[in-house]
Design a protein around this ligand. Sequence first.
Ligand code: SAM
Ligand code: SF4
Ligand code: SF4
Length: 332
Amino acid sequence: MAALHGRREEASSRGGPGGGRVIDYLRVSITDRCNFRCVYCMPAEGVRFKDHSRILTYEEIVRFTWAAADLGITRVRVTGGEPLARKQSQDLVAMLAAVPGVKDLALTTNGYLLEEYAAALRAAGLSRINISIDSLDPDRFSRITRGARLEKVLAGLERALEVGFSPVKVNVVMLDGIEDDLDEFVAVCMEMPVHVRFIEFMPVGRRRGGIWKFVPRQRVLDALGRYGELSPAHSPQGGGPARYFRFQGARGTIGFISSMSDHFCSECNRLRLTADGKLRNCLFSDNEIDVVPYINGDMEELQQVILRSINGKRFDRLGEESGGRTMAQIGG
Ligand code: SAM
Ligand code: SF4
Ligand code: SF4
C-alpha cells in the first residue's frame, strides 16, 4: 500500500473540472430491491431487479470502500433500494465502520424494518440514520408507498431514538398536498429531537411525468409561516446541502434540500457506488464505470479507476435528464 500514500492528497486537491473540490463522500447502494413501491420512485410492478449473483458481496463493498477511503473518502452512506431488506446489513455496517479513514457512517432507510434492527445497527458502529417518511397521515402514507403501514415506520423512528441515534433525520419528498401534513411534521420537530428535511423531487429515472407535481421549497416555506417564525439554525452533523431552520422552543429543526430551486452542484462532494458495482460521479449522468473487473484485483488499479471517476466529475449536471435508472437503482 505504501505506493498509494499521497494519493489522498492527489484525489482531493486536483484541478480539472472539480476545480480542487474535496470529494470525500461515498454513497453505497447495497441492494436495488425494496419492500416499498413509492409512487415517485418505482413503478407499481417493480423494476427488473439484478440477479443476486450480480450484486456486490459485502466483502467487495468493503474492499471498494477501503480503496476509496485511502483516496480521501471519509464519509460513507449506506442506502438502496431498501438497505435493511438485504440480509445481515448490520454485518456490513460493522465491516464499514472498521475501514480506516471512514469517520462518519450513515444509513438511509424507509424505516419499515428499523424497529427490529436499530439496536444492532447502533452496536455495529453506525453513526447516524435518516428515515424517509413522506407523510404522517396513515392513508396518504399508504397511497404514496403503495400499501406500507406508517405505524411500523414510526415504531422504527422511536426505536432509533431510544437506542441513542443522534441526529435522527426524517426525509420528506415534497409531493403535491404536502401542506395537509405540515401540522404533524411541525409537531414532530417541536416535540422530538428530530430533523425534518423537506426534499425537492428530482427528475431521476424514467418516471419523470406521472402522478406527482413538483413542489418547490418556497411553497412549503410559505406554508410553514403560519406556525411561527423560523430562524436559521446550525446544521446537525452531516448537514450536507440542506439549509436548516428552527421554530422557537423546538427540540428539532426543519431543513430543506432544494436540489432544483437552488442548484448545489458546485458544492457536490460525492460519488455513488451502485449495488451492481457501477461507480457514478453524478446522479444525473449515466456515465458509469464498472468496477467489478477491478474490485477483487490489484488495489492500485482499483484506485486508478476511482481517481478516473473523480477526475471526470462535472459539477453542472442539473437540467440534464438522467437516464434509465431509478433512484432506487442508483442509490438515493
Ligand atoms: N429506501 C430507502 C429510503 O426510502 O429511504 C433508501 C433509498 S431511497 C432511493 C433514498 C431517498 O431518496 C429517499 O428519501 C427517497 O424519498 C428519495 N428519493 C427517491 N426518489 C427521489 C427523487 N426522484 N427525488 C428526490 N428524492 C428521491
Ligand atoms: Fe423504496 Fe426508498 Fe424508493 Fe420508496 S424511496 S420505493 S422506500 S427505494
Ligand atoms: Fe452532484 Fe450531480 Fe447532484 Fe449536481 S446533480 S449535486 S453534480 S450528483
